[in-house]
Write a protein that binds this ligand. Structure first.
Ligand SMILES: [Zn+2]
Length: 132
């Protein structure tokens, strides 16, 4: 049996490249005859993701350590089939936003500390210039 490639063309014009199913010119994702099975798989995947999301304890994402833990848990959940990739993608996206927000707030704290040190000097410079 030769490993034929799926003949489906993606929206970007590139060929799908997935392996065609036996006796089909399409892969599982693109074979019109697999639509019902696909829907079932999607429903199962979606349900698995929902159940996990709802039953999992609330996770804190206030520190970089929290976010790293969340990403670590998500990677393991996906690898062990406990979470669907769509949920994992969403978590990855939100984790990225959290990291940026944490970095931003840390930067603000450091900037404020820096300004607190520089402020008296700046005040002196202003009064010195006024006096001149
Ligand atoms: Zn395909």
């Amino acid at each position: 049996m030769s490993a034929q490639r799926c003949i489906h063309t993606k929206r970007n014009g590139q060929p799908c490249g997935g392996f065609a199913l036996a006796g089909s010119r399409f892969c599982f994702a693109h074979d019109p005859q697999q639509a019902t099975k696909r829907d079932e798989a999607r429903r199962r995947g979606g349900k698995a993701g929902r159940v996990l999301t709802l039953s999992a304890a609330d996770t804190s994402v206030r520190s970089l350590g929290d976010v790293v833990t969340l990403i670590e848990d998500t990677i393991n959940d996906v690898r062990n089939g406990r979470m669907d990739s769509r949920t994992a993608n969403t978590i990855g996206y939100l984790a990225n936003i959290s990291i940026k927000a944490i970095e931003q707030s840390e930067l603000e704290v450091r900037l404020e500390a820096l300004e607190a040190v520089l402020e008296p000097e700046r005040g002196e410079a202003v009064s010195w210039r006024r006096g001149a």
